[in-house]
Ligand binder design. Structure first.
Ligand SMILES: NC(=O)c1ccc[n+]([C@@H]2O[C@H](COP(=O)([O-])OP(=O)(O)OC[C@H]3O[C@@H](n4cnc5c(N)ncnc54)[C@H](O)[C@@H]3O)[C@@H](O)[C@H]2O)c1
Length: 434
């Protein structure tokens, strides 16, 4: 036993619920924090705060299937940091979701929210389920039971979920209704990304893609890349990738390649984006679209293009394919699509990477607008929302660009410097309770 007078020392170990040999996306996030620590000055004394989530909830989600049997799914809600405000972050329904992944996604939300200076901490949720295997009724039951289970830690001033991969406005409507029924009062501000008729915000559905386009256009202007003459490749043609592709095409760019879970398309003269969006709306995937050639999925990364937008899942650009990428600029629509090793390869090859933590922050920015509108029960026009979104994205990106130049670091490290300083400054001001 340590004698009473000897000061105890505590090693800052990994949480025991993580396997140090299989850290997954959380391991990537930890490396990113280590890269930024030398720039934190006296705030570095608080850095361990960023290396563990504040709160981690694992829930069992049992539902009765349409065939009468009972199925159990694993659900999570992680609140990484709440120093600057309530938790904020999406809910993902995917068969491969893990705790490590949800932890990393929650942490990236802390960074992102601080980078665009909205008054939120970071959170994320998920269920290990393939929603394509569920009927609409089963999907509703999974959503409602999950919401009820995490209801003890979410709320308009505690933690506000939003859509992510495989969740949408309808899922948010069920979440809002379930939480409201349990509370005994309609609480529109408990989730964002709701249908407009239920307190959702105009412009929310397009916001992440619009933010991707805004920072992409800003970076293109600063590096002399003409967007109107650019060839663009997009992985993921859902909420983020589909809207980003549409806005780049409207600005004159050619969308030469698109990949989703069902297939990979290529057309040098440019794919008709509205026609492809219509096809995906009817068939659920880009597969089978007649207006482009189908190519093998592994060939996607080497296709000729100027701008590459990963907008599907994390861990897509790795040391295996980073050397083949021909783009001058990568805009991360997805969260965590590039591994640190791939980041270094792209940097060495002179490919500019616009990191997720700033590039896809448009969604949470308009989620913030939605939450503010719900609290005041006063709703803004779409033009007001888009103008405010574009201003926040441009200002935040300009600050990131400046810090990158000042410190001669990547845009990712620059975004982490700004965000971690804001989070840890709040931690420092608040002090430790009790
Ligand atoms: N929706 C938002 O507001 C928002 C905000 C910030 C970040 N993001 C991130 O953007 C990414 C996409 O989210 P979304 O909302 O567009 O989801 P979505 O479900 O609308 O679309 C996901 C897309 O990825 C494709 N996809 C899935 N698996 C794939 C695979 N193995 N290979 C190629 N394509 C694959 C799907 O086919 C689909 O086109 C996620 O990383 C998400 O966390 C979303």
């Amino acid at each position: 036993m340590t004698p009473a007078h000897a000061p105890a020392t505590f090693t800052q170990a990994l949480p025991s619920y993580l396997d140090p040999h299989h850290l997954g996306p959380w391991g990537i996030y930890l490396q990113q924090v280590d890269r930024v620590t030398p720039y934190l000055g006296r705030l570095a004394r608080w850095v361990e705060t960023l290396k563990r989530p504040k709160r981690t909830l694992i829930v069992d989600v049992p539902i009765q299937l349409d065939n009468g049997t009972v199925a159990h799914f694993e659900g999570y809600r992680v609140q990484h940091n709440t120093s600057r405000g309530p938790g904020k972050g999406g809910v993902r329904f995917h068969q491969d979701v893990t705790l490590s992944e949800v932890m990393a996604l929650a942490a990236w939300m802390s960074i992102k929210n601080a980078a665009v200076n909205v008054p939120y901490g970071g959170a994320k949720g998920g269920i290990r389920v393939d929603p394509r295997q569920l009927s609409r009724g089963e999907l509703e039951r999974v959503t409602r039971r999950y919401t009820s289970e995490i209801g003890i830690i979410i709320g308009p001033s505690k933690d506000i979920p939003a859509p992510d991969v495989n969740t949408n406005e309808q899922v948010m409507a069920w979440m809002m209704d379930t939480y409201s029924m349990n509370e005994g009062a309609t609480a529109t501000g408990v989730v964002t990304g709701k249908p407009v008729d239920l307190g959702g915000s105009l412009g929310r559905r397009e916001a992440t893609g619009r933010g991707v386009f805004t920072v992409g256009a800003e970076a293109a202007r600063r590096t002399g890349l003409d967007v109107a003459a650019a060839r663009v490749a997009v992985q993921g043609f859902g909420n983020v990738g589909g809207v980003a592709a549409k806005l780049f095409a409207e600005a004159g760019a050619r969308i030469v390649a698109v990949q989703d879970h069902g297939g990979t398309l290529y057309r040098d003269s440019g794919i008709d984006v509205p026609a492809l969006l219509d096809h995906v709306g009817r068939h659920g995937s880009v597969a089978g679209f007649a207006g482009a050639d189908t190519v093998a999925s592994e060939d996607f990364w080497g296709l000729p293009c100027d701008i590459l937008i990963p907008a599907a899942l994390e861990g897509q650009i790795t040391e295996k394919n980073a050397g083949r990428i021909q783009a001058r600029m990568v805009i991360e629509g997805a969260n965590g699509p590039t591994t640190p090793q791939a980041d270094d390869i792209l940097h060495d090859r002179g490919v500019l990477v616009l990191p997720d933590v700033i590039a896809n922050a448009g969604g949470v920015t308009v989620s913030y607008f939605e939450w503010v509108q719900d609290f005041s029960s006063f709703f803004w026009t779409e033009d007001e929302i888009n103008a405010r979104l574009v201003k926040i994205m441009k200002d935040a990106f300009a600050a990131v660009w400046q810090v990158a130049e000042d410190h001669k670091v990547s845009l990712r490290t620059a975004t982490f410097i700004i965000a971690c300083q804001r989070i840890l400054h709040a931690r420092d001001l608040r002090g430790l309770y009790p």
